[in-house]
Design a protein around this ligand. Structure first.
Ligand code: TEU
Length: 556
């Protein structure tokens, strides 16, 4: 039986502070900027905000390289600003979830600075050091950002592991002192009144201790969902998360259903819920991100089916289309031109009627698009810049091909400044924005969305409200009614009392579909849809869907 914790009917809003709102003219967003937009978020109706890292950091990876877990990055403000944000949010009934990055620290963290070049440092064993093998890196593991995952410390002639950038050194979780430090960090923020934590790549913290070469891959199978990860998470939950009643969401890289059932088991011994990314790999070729292909629609439905059915009664999913690492969904699976509004609403509906806790990434609620950058000078993301070099200089792709791939796949696609209005720089900053604003900001911005009753914004507002009103969205089971259909995504959610049918046309061509005979349509009504004039119709067995149409039928 599912316990009705607040987050099971909640919707979370993700803020990437650097791109959200600049209260001044620095060109980068800050905490004061966020405070000034809390009323906007209240209007949207979200329950909680997840802030990506706001701690001291050299910003090699925009804060995912933390140099001090106990201070606020001066670019974003100071501790008082943070306390004010927490306070104002709480007054408005909005909870705050912080991002905790403890698979690795910045190499500028004092622990690493002490460990570097000094085998006797008390912090040496906070990181993972290995001797060279045949004068080379200890094994062939590959960094997630490209290249080998080991970096040589010249002075001690040992390598340290970095699964991400060389400036992000992996912590050694085998060391109990590291685990104690992590507890202290979380306790510090929980004591301040923070309501929850998003745990960055938390399923990578436990590495297989033989650090063997991976002759079949890039090494990930030796550290993904590693040998002691469940033990570590149980320790943390016991010691801190559950003591404070904090909600937790784990970001799970390349994970499996089995593992996620355990991570988010309903007994609450590990985490509240988990993100996984399988549904966002349907436009990869052979698992490779830096490729261009139309998305595999059947595969997308198969993946949702696998996870929705597999997590039912066992665990809890964080539902999402967008975050700061993913291109904009309307540009990716929808149509960001003629049917931008329709397809954005359709995509939102097809996700928000599933079981789990939906996350909305800043700008998604107004259907912001990929910016369509045309020059490498416009990119800032270290992964994109690395891959530019690799694709151009080591894979023999042309500049034009590489730019086309980046324009679709780069993480900067979602990091462009939020388009608040049609003023200069879209109202994001009075200075020069750190990353170019998308050119379409005069058409697509918050001010316009708020004035238009049919905007994507109000549609999201409605979806958020429905999750609280309609019980089956939270509790119902999941059946795909048209798994083989080339254009239609139609699934059923069913509880003791209610049946909900979520009907979505994923393409720009109209379609006609017969609902299954078992549905008792005379008790049914449409509760939301993106062609509102059709919603007052009495539901019929035959459904005619317009381009990118979405309709939700509730049968009581
Ligand atoms: O991301 C983890 C992760 O594995 C990816 O989403 C990764 O960024 C992507 O696959 C690259 O193609 C988390 C953060 O969300 C990301 O911003 C950080 O860069 C990363 O961890 C390292 O902390």
């Amino acid at each position: 039986k599912i316990e009705r914790e607040w987050w099971r009917t909640a919707t979370v809003y993700q803020i990437y502070p650097k791109s959200f709102c600049d209260s001044g003219s620095k060109g980068t967003g800050d905490l004061k900027g966020i405070i000034s937009k809390l009323d906007y978020l209240k209007t949207l109706g979200i329950d909680a905000i997840w802030l990506t890292p706001i701690y001291a950091s050299p910003m090699i990876d925009n804060g995912y390289d933390i140099s001090d877990y106990y201070t606020i990055n001066p670019d974003f403000g100071c501790m008082e600003d943070f306390e004010q944000l927490l306070d104002s949010a709480h007054q408005k009934g909005i909870r705050i979830i912080l991002d905790i990055v403890v698979n690795h620290t910045s190499t500028e963290h004092q622990w690493f600075q002490s460990a570097l070049g000094n085998k006797d440092s008390e912090y040496r064993d906070y990181y993972i050091w290995k001797d060279p093998v045949n004068g080379q890196a200890p094994n062939n593991w590959v960094s997630k950002f490209g290249g080998n995952a080991w970096q040589l410390d010249e002075k001690t002639q040992q390598y340290y592991l970095h699964l991400f950038a060389p400036e992000q050194a992996d912590l050694n979780w085998e060391n109990p002192k590291v685990r104690d430090q992590v507890k202290n960090i979380i306790e510090f923020w929980a004591e301040k009144g923070v309501d929850g934590f998003r745990l960055d790549v938390i399923n990578l913290i436990s590495k297989q201790q033989d650090y063997a070469n991976d002759y079949q891959g890039d090494g990930r199978r030796f550290y993904t969902d590693g040998p002691r990860v469940h033990q570590y998470l149980r320790e943390l939950s016991d010691a801190v998360f559950n003591q404070y009643g904090a909600v937790t969401v784990g970001e799970m890289s390349s994970t499996s259903l089995d593992e996620c059932q355990q991570y988010s088991a309903l007994d609450g011994k590990e985490l509240s819920m988990v993100f996984n990314f399988h549904h966002l790999k349907v436009d990869y070729i052979n698992g490779e991100k830096w490729t261009q292909a139309p998305f595999d629609f059947i595969e997308l439905k198969t993946i949702f089916n696998h996870w929705q059915q597999g997590m039912f009664g066992k665990g809890w999913s964080a539902l999402f289309w967008c975050n700061h690492d993913q291109p904009r969904i309307v540009s990716r699976l929808g149509n960001d031109q003629e049917y931008r509004v329709e397809s954005a609403k359709m995509l939102a509906t097809s996700l928000h009627m599933m079981q789990g806790t939906p996350y909305i990434y800043q700008g998604e609620e107004i259907a912001m698009t990929n910016p369509g950058y045309t020059s490498i000078e416009q990119y800032r993301d270290l992964e994109s810049l690395n891959m530019y070099d690799i694709m151009l200089n080591h894979q023999g792709k042309s500049e034009q091909q590489v730019l086309a791939i980046l324009a679709q796949k780069s993480r900067d696609n979602s990091r462009t400044p939020i388009q608040w209005n049609s003023d200069q720089n879209a109202g994001f900053t009075k200075g020069v924005p750190w990353l170019d604003v998308a050119k379409n900001y005069k058409q697509i911005n918050v001010e316009r969305a708020l004035k238009d009753q049919n905007s994507v914004f109000y549609y999201y507002q409605h979806l958020i409200a429905l999750r609280k009103e309609v019980e089956v969205i939270t509790t119902g089971d999941y059946t795909d009614l048209a798994a083989e259909h080339a254009q239609l995504f139609c699934y059923q959610r069913r509880s003791d009392k209610q049946t909900l049918i979520c009907i979505n046309n994923y393409y720009g061509k109209p379609l006609e579909y017969e609902l299954p005979a078992h549905l008792e349509l005379h008790n049914g009504q449409y509760i939301i849809g993106n062609y509102p004039e059709l919603l007052t119709l009495q539901p019929t067995r035959t459904v005619k869907l317009k381009p990118y149409e979405s309709r939700v039928l509730l049968i009581n």
